[in-house]
Design a protein around this ligand. Structure first.
Ligand code: NAD
Ligand code: WQD
Length: 360
């Protein structure tokens, strides 16, 4: 299938591209590099072993979307493109509403105009807020607690309304829990700009010496060891779920919403210990006060994804830490440490080559 991957230069999108390409799909990556590096494209080419078709585009700019859709028709779109930092969203909510919601509206309008009827969407467990019980099922109450989470919930509702209005339009709404880890090659991985908000990249940067120590947000939660419990999911398992969702949409005449997690909760200190073991590095930490907006524990009931997609997480916490560490130790400063000429050398195919390929 010909697939447009919006936000495909980002952390999860780039990993999904390796699996989608591996299944024989022809991909066009579109990204504005708001939170990623062009160097990802060269790394992707090395992993995939073929040119990576790329077109710079901003979903907020209709002309960019028109340019994306003016070539041969896509069979499906995978939509990763969003701003995703909770704290940042509290500081600049209008930017998040504009980027995530308006950008999605523009994308859906371009898809509708081009007659593209299959969408895989990146949603988040954040739509559950602080769930009444765990493990969390898809029919749990939806209640967001921050502007970013509200954009995810609104995007789910927008897509749901479009599916209602056009029975021929089908979407796979994937609610990710906590994606972590990296491609086993160590060539691509999570590279947050600035100080990492999330636990795994912060721990990884402590291990490689970029950060002095980890602050553990709360040691008095009602959990196994007093620290926060989450459902960490290997990004390669998550990537595979996107390829399975594409297969589902090609095979079934319906939409779906599924949780993507392991179904197992892991505490902060359990993750720290696993990372210290995988990296052979000490991870100094201090337990401090709780972070605003945090909850004690969230982990998925992933049984619906297994039933509908035939998907389940296969990689454990040790693999998550091992692969995250390989990426971090090979790229101590993330993509910023890659040789500048690496980006220039990238055989990133251009639009006309994509048109030629897509025209068959
Ligand atoms: P990321 O920031 O690494 O990737 C997002 C990509 O989208 C980036 O390359 C960015 O440049 C691009 N982008 C953003 N706005 C754009 C726009 N207007 N036009 C074009 N490109 C744009 O984030 P990620 O961790 O890979 O997350 C991907 C998706 O998964 C996001 O939608 C996010 O909300 C969702 N998600 C992420 C997590 C997580 O913990 N990483 C959890 C749940 C859901
Ligand atoms: C995990 C645990 C923290 C950092 C967030 C977003 C969510 C989604 C995934 C986009 C918690 C603790 C963390 C640190 C710590 N993103 N922690 N010290 O908060 O579960 O989810 O990322 O969709 O929307 O909310 O992930 O990695 O930030 O925190 O102690 O420096 O680690 O308290 O218990 P979270 P996280």
């Amino acid at each position: 299938m010909r697939i447009l991957v919006c936000g495909g230069a980002g952390y999860i999108g780039s990993h999904a591209c390796t699996v989608l390409a591996g299944r024989g799909h022809d991909l066009l990556v579109a990204d504005n590099f708001a939170n990623s590096s062009p160097r990802v494209l060269e790394r992707l080419r090395r992993i995939i072993g073929a040119p990576v078709f790329f077109q710079q585009a901003d979903l907020r700019v209709r002309a960019d979307l028109d340019a994306l859709f003016d070539g041969p028709r896509f069979d499906a779109v995978v939509h990763f493109a969003a701003l995703k930092a909770v704290g940042d969203s509290c500081r600049r909510p209008l930017d998040y509403f504009d980027n995530n919601i308006a950008g999605t509206i523009h994308l859906l309008q371009a898809m509708q105009a081009a007659g593209v009827k299959r969408l895989v969407f990146s949603s988040s467990a954040t739509v559950y807020g602080d769930p009444d019980s765990v493990p969390v099922r898809e029919d749990a109450a939806l209640r967001t607690t921050n502007p970013y989470g509200r954009t995810k919930l609104v995007m789910e509702q927008l897509i749901g309304d479009l599916c209602e209005s056009d029975p021929s339009f089908h979407a796979a709404n994937l609610r990710y829990f906590n994606p972590v880890g990296a491609h086993p090659s160590g060539l691509i991985g999570e590279d947050p700009g600035g100080v990492p908000d999330n636990l795994m990249p912060y721990v990884s940067q402590v291990a490689v010496g970029r950060r002095e120590r980890l602050q553990v947000f709360g040691g008095d939660w009602p959990t196994v060891d007093g620290t926060g419990v989450r459902d960490y999911l290997h990004v390669m398992d998550l990537a595979r779920a996107h390829a399975d969702a594409i297969d589902y949409l090609a095979r079934e005449d319906r939409s779906l919403t599924v949780n993507l997690g392991t179904g197992r909760g892991v505490s902060v200190l359990e993750l720290v210990r696993a990372f210290a073991k995988a990296s052979g590095r000490e991870i100094p930490y201090e337990i401090v006060g709780r972070r605003a907006g945090d909850v004690a524990q969230v982990y998925a009931d992933p049984s619906l994804a297994q039933r509908l997609l035939g998907w389940r997480a296969e990689l454990d916490v040790e693999a998550m830490c091992r692969d995250a560490w390989r990426w971090q130790s090979m790229n101590p400063d993330g993509y910023g440490s890659a040789a500048v000429d690496e980006a220039a050398a990238g055989e990133v195919a251009s639009q006309h080559e994509w048109d030629a390929l897509a025209a068959g």
